[in-house]
Design a protein around this ligand. Sequence first.
Ligand SMILES: Cc1cc2nc3c(=O)[nH]c(=O)nc-3n(C[C@H](O)[C@H](O)[C@H](O)COP(=O)(O)OP(=O)(O)OC[C@H]3O[C@@H](n4cnc5c(N)ncnc54)[C@H](O)[C@@H]3O)c2cc1C
Length: 384
Amino acid sequence: MDFRITEEQELMVQAIEEAMTRENLEPYFQDCDKNHTHPEKWWEILKELGCFSMFLPEEAEGEDGEPGGGEGAVTMFLVMEALGRCGAPIYLFWDHVKADALLENGTKEQIDKFMPLFFKGNGAFAQGFSEPTAGTELSSNTILTTYTRRNGKVYINGHKHFISGAQDNDYCLTLAKNSENPEQLTLWFVPTNVPGCKKEPMEKMGLNMENVNDIWFDDVEIEESDMFSFEGNGLMATSKGFDYERLIDAFNAYGQALCAYEDACRYANQRIVKGQEIGRLQLIQNHIMEMTMKIEAMRNMLLHYAWNKDNNCLTRAEASIAKQFCSESANDIADHALQVMGGIGYCGSRVSRIYRDLRITRISGGTGEIQTVIASRQVLKKYK
Ligand SMILES: Cc1cc2nc3c(=O)[nH]c(=O)nc-3n(C[C@H](O)[C@H](O)[C@H](O)COP(=O)(O)OP(=O)(O)OC[C@H]3O[C@@H](n4cnc5c(N)ncnc54)[C@H](O)[C@@H]3O)c2cc1C
């Protein structure tokens, strides 16, 4: 295992650092956070840097026939690290993960329709699994959204809950059960800007640059050709990508925590109390040490697992361990960083934004409890 980064990766990181320093986006991020708007200016920079196409599979094609960059998890980690440490809302940067499942299970028409949008960084489709009755448990008992065939068409009825990015997407890949055979759970591309569909943003404690929505479907008409994968395969059609998604969730947690950590360390060197920098106080050093150990452990774990992913040997347990360890550690780091910065940490610093934005990492993409169940089962199996 060799963690030295390649020349191309080094150049990529340098380009990101230069662009982020040149643009000095922190005041802009603060505005977007305050006004709950998507950071378009930052999005344009990501596009210029090639960040949207870079992680798409090589077989993917953009509008002009441009192939995906095929970059792997180690590069993804480095990009998330470089962006995260500048305070960028990297929690927005994960849409490309959906491209693998689209290539694997989509029809030619679906691939041609949605893939070019990934290249542009435009939302291609939201993913609608959760409902008020269905979160961790997605099954025919908890999913109440239905599809019904009538006169050669398909009709969707139901209520999806917590759906990320639905305001910016014209479609939602929606899990629904067959009204005539409720055991069959199937995914459908359902348009969301049509009569019969209502979407409303939900209140939330952070992630202000993202929208998370309720969506109601009232007899929304679609075609048989809007089915994704095959009938009854709704829970499996996107499941191959779950492990990588969890790893990316962990990169996201680490990248944001790194920013909070570095801000707190700089502050500890500058803030004077009773004639000396607070960084000289042992109780503050305790916070610094707690954060440093976690940053080091996360970085080493993530590079190791990213290397495994790129070499096709990332296990399900490792993905869950990474998500659980990094989401907990990142939340702890944000808490320590805020404490080191005292009142200014709480009022108006970007550490307070990061503190709010990190909390979700212990819930979405599979809760911490579920990561624990998945990983510990695998671990115990080894010792049977
Ligand atoms: C900001 C945000 C964005 C989201 N984006 C999307 C999206 O784009 N698309 C989408 O479909 N969903 C999305 N979700 C939903 C997310 O996936 C769910 O919130 C998550 O899966 C947990 O489900 P739940 O909230 O219903 O909690 P529940 O499943 O009700 O769980 C409640 C508690 O019980 C625990 N628990 C449940 N089962 C077990 C068990 N077997 N063992 C131990 N503990 C258990 C959980 O860990 C949790 O602590 C989003 C959620 C949020 C908050």
